[in-house]
Write a protein that binds this ligand. Sequence first.
Ligand code: URA
Length: 246
Amino acid sequence: MEDALHGQGFGSRRECRGLVRLGRVSVAGVVVEDPDSDFAALMGPVALPDWAFTVDNLTWPYRKRALVMLHKPAGHECSLKPRHHPSVMSLLPTPLRLRGLQPIGRLDEDTTGLLLLTDDGELNHRLTSPKWHAAKVYRAVCRHAWASEATQRLLKGVVLDDGPQAVQALAVEPLDHSGENTVLLTLGEGRYHQVKRMVAAVGNRVDALHRLRMSTLELDPNLEPSQWRWLTAEEEGALRASVRLD
Ligand code: URA
């Protein structure tokens, strides 16, 4: 039990042994008495991904690797060492912070919307590497009306100041019903300030940016800004399959 608690972010091994010894941990409604008891055996016939344990009043799902979505609010930095605003990590519960979750790609401090976080390094790498072209969909509210030449230029590719290679949008969809300044942009890579710089390259300016989708996953409309949730097994499977991980 100590291993399971420690691996899930409930403290040092010593602290986890202490939690069990104090009778604060239960599995399937039964208080665990021995820190060395085997968690899998305590779960009995229950199969993953339905393993769970309770510490005090908190019931926690056991996950070999953690993968959550956060509705990122404005005013938070994705850095683990933020400089001017609180980190997005401050919006997550302590066990997720302690097990070393990292954002999958970064959103600017003022960008809102879908942010995935995981402690699975390979998944993080694949979803952020340009090689795998994981599509990201953004809604950009621009300062000026969206011009149809801007759509053509972004689909063809624009050169940014950090490299000679032109960057293209995979899709550009002006949203007339949201006002003539709003556009949906789909990108296959994620360079620094990429949306803002691409929009600037076609003579406009992003006033508000919101990420709606990453690869197979859309931001859950039931999540208010600052709220997070675990991905379901189906969502996680589809996301992993999109970058050829089982
Ligand atoms: N592109 C940007 O310019 N900012 C973001 O936060 C994400 C993509």
